[in-house]
Design a protein around this ligand. Structure first.
Ligand code: SF4
Length: 347
């Protein structure tokens, strides 16, 4: 089927099948440009011109899990571990709000030190000191814990499923099952927490068909936020010797196809795209993405939160990151979102 026919299915609200998606991912030159333009058109129509800023505070790099691709996995003894004291986290949030940001994303490894009570205390304190919306990303927890955190002020939760292939998931995650993650996502959705998920592109052994299946699976979850990133081999992990099987253009096409299938989802231009191509995040904002996540982790901790090598924005201060991002966005003719940028799927 030609790209024109596939894209006209989107206009007619006809779902795409796996073959359509594989054709889009394999498109070249002018066809790829049409895909990018369609994704940008849908982003403008459904999500508007504004780019929402969601500052990330990586508050702990301790993790009890051992995902084979991850730089802060339990078995990596080279990493210097840290937990940011609560007062410093709150100070980052206050500075973020002063810089015009409306959401904080609190991200950590799966750190058992952070009991449900400790996180609750953190959430309540941030809500007391700021008007920020709070997105939390702290791994798989029980339904009761998620409810407890929602009551304490958690607005959103991010938990990537990483791959929809059971075999590939098992190969990458020795201490977890895909079903456990999916159950956690369903629990979050069942209690009305705005839920984000997504996957890694190009895990070892992944095929184009797997990638198309990940895209289709993502759409079935009806997510409020969708975050994806490329697999970048980290030399301190068991996957050090694997290369990403795809070329970098596929990463960008994937974001655009995700926009076609998820018109009303918030889609961030994730940091890893700047690691694979200069200004990669700017390109994503012109190819379907509408969210930017500046690094708001206090500078002294950033270097120790490297899930993959070559992570950008490690040496800059919070203030530098905040002003850099505003320049990047306004230079593209886009505005900065003034409201919290909550889900538009309806809660
Ligand atoms: S990917 Fe997440 S859960 Fe897995 S080791 Fe890294 S921080 Fe821990």
């Amino acid at each position: 089927m030609s790209i024109h026919n596939i894209l006209s299915k989107i206009d007619q609200n006809i779902g795409l099948n796996k073959q359509d998606i594989m054709s889009l991912l394999q498109s070249s030159d002018t066809d790829t440009q049409l895909l990018y333009e369609k994704a940008d058109e849908l982003r403008a129509k459904y999500m508007g011109n504004a780019v929402y800023l969601r500052g990330i505070v990586e508050f702990s790099n301790h993790c009890k899990k051992d995902c084979n691709y991850c730089g802060i996995r339990r078995s990596n003894s080279i990493v210097q571990r840290y937990r940011i004291p609560q007062e410093e986290i709150i100070m980052s949030c206050i500075n973020m709000e002063k810089a015009g940001q409306t959401t904080v994303v609190l991200q950590s490894g799966e750190d058992p030190y952070y009991t449900k009570e400790k996180i609750q205390n953190l959430l309540v304190s941030i809500k007391k000191e700021t008007n920020l919306a709070i997105t939390l990303s702290a791994g798989v927890r029980s339904l009761n814990t998620y409810k407890y955190w929602k009551d304490a002020g958690m607005d959103r939760y991010l938990l990537r499923f990483e791959t929809s292939s059971v075999e590939l998931f098992q190969f990458c995650h020795p201490d977890e099952t895909l079903q456990t993650r999916i159950n956690a996502l369903m629990n979050l959705k069942s209690i009305g927490v705005q839920t984000g998920s997504g996957f890694l592109i190009g895990l070892p052994g992944e095929t184009l068909e797997n990638l198309a299946e990940d895209i289709l699976f993502t759409a079935t979850l009806k997510l409020d936020m969708i975050g994806i990133g490329p697999f970048i081999p980290n030399e301190q992990t068991p996957f050090a010797e694997f290369n990403n099987p795809f070329d970098s253009e596929i990463y960008f096409k994937t974001i655009s196809v995700i926009r076609l299938l998820n018109k009303k989802a918030h889609i961030p231009a994730t940091t890893a795209f700047d690691a694979i191509q200069p200004e990669g995040r700017n390109l994503l904002l012109q190819r379907g993405a509408n969210v930017f996540m500046p690094n708001a982790t206090p500078q002294k901790y950033r270097v120790h939160y490297q899930l993959y090598p070559g992570k950008p924005c490690v040496d800059e201060s919070i203030e530098d990151c905040a002003s850099c991002v505003i320049n990047r966005i306004t230079n593209m003719g886009r505005s900065i979102g003034k409201d919290p940028g909550h889900s538009i799927l309806g809660y």
